[in-house]
Design a protein around this ligand. Structure first.
Ligand code: FES
Ligand SMILES: [Fe+2]
Length: 354
């Protein structure tokens, strides 16, 4: 897990004036909206006796702890201790750590790290978000594995014909080979364009877009540090773009928060068909990803065997190693010491459709 990046940690629509616990990077955070609608992010651990502030409530833009009612401002300062006489000074140490947040592309982004504002890597562009020619659906799914495996799964082209043989991957049935491709450098990331010449009629909703029975498929897959993938598919009659933020919850849990854009069948009634189809494919991936051992991708590049179609996942491993070598890695053994015991089962698979 890497520090010094913006983490899209929740859909904007899911953050309200009701405090919400977010578990990521082996830690607990609390998000809420103040009276102006601004999102506030704090460590979800009271400085008094460690209770989860996310079980408390928002009052005048501040958050009250559910245990002894201490009241904390959005900047983390404690301004009220109900058990104290009014003139009793409030200890300076009674403050909560806060985090920079911004809202963009339908997500709340939290910066986790120690870089000053001007040195922070940017949030990558999601140009389709403001483009009215695209429709969008939001969706999330939980995986019992390390987020690095989920990222690699999305960057991996060779599995499409196999894992998705009963869904969209059926189109690769006659030609499962992955054409040679080059890995390109992107701003804070990498990408690869792959052109499939013989994609045949698949078995799900996508078959509606295929006449005659086969087509050319132009794809571009991009990875942005630290945990974002973008898969663009141009099937001549339309385009589909899948963004995924692979949220590292802990060493064995990932939540992917996705937006899928499409410029075909844009009617709202079709949304549920696309949600269903995406869930089917993602669950096909999930079963295989959760079976991988070890859960985290190996540190050594030689620990697993690679072939030419693995060029993009391999480039991801190298990029990740570069940032770990720079000292941007977070220790994985801080689960107990750093407020990790979550009180909520909020991350069961839930669906958000807009
Ligand atoms: S634990 Fe929060 S006020 Fe006591
Ligand atoms: Fe897949």
């Amino acid at each position: 897990m890497l520090k010094n990046f913006w983490y899209g940690c929740e859909f904007s629509s899911a953050v309200t004036s009701q405090p919400k616990q977010i578990v990521m990077l082996n830690q607990k955070f609390v998000l809420y909206r103040d009276s102006q609608g601004q999102v506030v992010a704090l460590k979800d651990q009271c400085s008094h006796r460690g209770a989860a502030l996310s079980l408390g409530w928002v009052e005048d833009g501040c958050i009250r702890c559910p245990y002894h009612g201490w009241k904390f401002q959005a900047d983390g300062k404690c301004i009220d201790i109900p058990a104290n006489a009014p003139e009793t000074p409030i200890p300076k140490k009674a403050r909560i750590e806060t985090y920079p947040v911004q809202e963009k592309y339908g997500y709340v982004w939290l910066f986790y790290g120690d870089l000053p504002e001007e040195e922070r890597p940017p949030i990558p562009p999601f140009p389709e978000f403001e483009d009215p020619t695209f429709n969008q659906i939001f969706l999330e799914l939980k995986y019992q594995t390390h987020y690095t495996r989920c990222i690699e799964n999305t960057l991996d082209s060779a599995h499409l014909a196999i894992v998705h043989a009963k869904s969209f991957g059926a189109g690769f049935r006659q030609d499962p080979r992955v054409p040679d491709y080059q890995v390109q450098e992107e701003n804070w990331g990498i990408s690869a364009k792959i052109k499939y010449a013989n994609f045949t009629k698949p078995q799900n909703i996508f078959k509606l877009f295929f006449s005659p029975s086969y087509t050319e498929l132009n794809t571009k897959t991009t990875f942005y540090l630290p945990n974002i993938t973008k898969v663009e598919v141009d099937f001549v009659r339309g385009k589909m773009i899948n963004y995924a933020i692979h949220l590292p919850v802990d060493e064995n849990t990932t939540i992917t928060k996705r937006i899928q854009f499409r410029n075909v069948l844009k009617q709202q009634w079709a949304d549920s068909l696309f949600v269903k189809s995406l869930y089917k494919s993602l669950n096909e991936d999930r079963i295989v990803s959760e079976s991988q051992y070890p859960a985290v991708i190996p540190d050594s590049l030689s620990a697993e065997v690679h072939c030419p179609s693995d060029a993009l996942p391999l480039a991801y491993r190298k990029l990740r190693q570069k940032y770990l070598a720079m000292g941007w890695g977070l220790k994985s053994n801080n689960c107990q010491s750093n407020n990790f015991n979550s009180h909520l089962e909020q991350h069961s698979s839930t669906l958000v459709v807009k």
